[in-house]
Design a protein around this ligand. Structure first.
Ligand code: ADP
Ligand code: MG
Length: 460
């Protein structure tokens, strides 16, 4: 398809400039199809894989028609998980930079409801949240949906999978029927069709690139002699492929922990993420992974659900799933946004049937090799490039990325070039520093002040 710049759309010139500043030079395929329809006011049902830029496909039209002077919530986005809602909120804030004083509020469970009520009292133009928590606010009457004119159901299939259907219906009933409804879903099962039929008005359908036709993910399979041999097999794979980062999927929580210990014993920086982790630990693990201060993230499918990690170069199936759809879902986390991705799977003879099931599902022949055919005298995986420092103050303490950068690079500070990603969450902030400069950065922050205040700082 030919290149489609955003200038084809009748957007506010200030938004055109903002998009260029964000590095969005052309529309992604789902944006090119969805945006003209959504800007016309049509209801939409859009199907596109993860990482295809769906957020902007609904955020741009919602912002386009938003009236800042109206303080009632005008856009409501429902997302399946807290992580996704947080990401959608962040993307909305970036895309809203061209208008002054747009308030975006993210409402999810797992954090106390009090502060959320406080921010709603100040008026919110855009509300993003998970169905459970939005419903709580409706029940408490701390949120009104009477002036919603854009309703977005993001990752609708996953919300239904997670059993949110009743909550969603209840929430939609609180919104005006004159609203525009945009439904996004990676798959299109019958329950999504019926949701659409009940709540959408003559929706336009947009379908782009399914994973089956996606040649950007190479899939390698290796057979191991035994269950135990898989542990060392993974070390060999990591040394061979040398991924900058990778997500390793296991079928059980216990396995994520065991494997994490095994990798650490081999001096590989790894962290496990599973449903048992407290929200705060989950956030920390994710931030470290995204900041490249931890190379390998070991996850179960449940824990990985809702983690929107883009730019993943490699996905590894340490355990193959029984269900080929889960396999496709896992490997869909790599090869995004036109980049090449790699999916590597290891299995034992006992699990050979799973490879066959995947081959049938993908309708292709799967070749595999013995893991022992890989060279054994390989370079170990190096330490990560960055170290993450955790600052005990976040958005609630009015800490902003610029303040942290200022504190780091001020008099006698470190070179700004050695500072990586900065993530400011509600009550904590995280900053990635190049390994060699981490100690100096730490003492800078410990001895100095951020916004005139002292905060506790530690290495993660
Ligand atoms: P999805 O919801 O489809 O999984 P996202 O909306 O999260 O995808 O977008 C994935 C990534 O692509 C994000 O980092 C986003 O900022 C980026 N992105 C979105 N649209 C564009 C664009 N037109 N050009 C460049 N990057 C984009
Ligand atoms: Mg998304």
């Amino acid at each position: 398809m030919s290149k489609q710049p955003f200038s084809l759309l009748a957007l506010d010139p200030a938004q055109q400039k903002n998009l260029i500043d964000l590095g969005y030079t052309e529309m992604t395929p789902v944006q090119a199809e969805a945006l003209p329809l959504a800007l016309e006011g049509r209801d939409l049902i859009a199907q596109a894989k993860t990482g295809s830029g769906k957020t902007a496909a609904f955020a741009i039209p919602a912002l386009h028609k938003l009236n800042q002077r109206n303080f009632g919530a005008q856009t409501l986005v429902l997302c399946p998980t807290r992580e996704l809602a947080t990401q959608v909120g962040a993307e909305f804030r970036r895309l809203a930079r061209y208008k002054d004083n747009i308030k975006v509020v993210v409402l999810c469970g797992g954090t106390s409801i009090g502060p959320q009520i406080g921010s709603l009292e100040h008026g919110a133009h855009i509300v993003v949240g998970t169905p459970g928590r939005i419903k709580d606010h409706l029940r408490k009457e701390t949120l009104s949906l009477a002036s919603i004119d854009t309703l977005v159901l993001d990752e609708a299939d996953r919300m239904l999978e997670m059993g949110f259907i009743d909550d969603i219906e209840n929430i939609i009933e609180h919104t005006p029927s004159s609203r525009q409804t945009l439904l996004f879903s990676a798959t299109y099962p019958t329950n999504i069709k019926s949701l659409s039929q009940r709540f959408q008005n003559n929706p336009a359908e947009v379908v782009v690139e399914s994973i089956h036709s996606d040649a950007q993910i190479t899939q390698d399979f290796y057979i191991c002699s035994s269950r135990d041999a898989k542990n060392d097999g993974l070390i060999t794979l990591l040394s061979h492929y040398q991924p900058e980062t990778a997500v390793v999927f296991c079928n059980t929580k216990q396995m994520t922990q065991d494997l994490c210990q095994h990798l650490r014993k081999h001096n590989i920086s790894a962290a496990a993420i599973n449903g048992d982790l407290e929200q705060r630990d989950r956030d920390q693990v994710l931030v470290r992974f995204k900041q490249k201060s931890c190379r390998i993230l070991i996850a179960t499918d449940v824990a990985a659900r809702g983690l929107d990690i883009s730019d993943l170069p490699v996905v590894i199936n340490f355990d193959l799933p029984r269900d080929p759809e889960i396999y496709v879902h896992r490997i869909g986390r790599t090869g995004r946004a036109g980049k090449e991705g790699k999916a590597i799977s290891i299995f034992t003879a006992k699990d050979r049937f799973k490879v066959d099931v995947i081959g049938e599902y993908l309708d292709r022949r799967i070749d595999f090799e013995a893991i022992d055919t890989l060279p054994q005298d390989l370079k170990p995986l190096p330490s990560p490039d960055y170290i993450t420092l955790c600052i005990a103050g976040g958005r609630r303490q009015k800490v902003r990325p610029g303040d942290i950068l200022g504190a780091l690079t001020g008099n006698d500070g470190i070179d700004g070039k050695t500072v990586g990603k900065i993530d400011v969450l509600d009550f904590a902030a995280y900053v990635a520093i190049e390994r060699a400069h981490a100690n100096q950065a730490l003492s800078c922050l410990i001895n100095g002040k951020i916004k005139g205040k002292k905060f506790k700082v530690r290495k993660l």
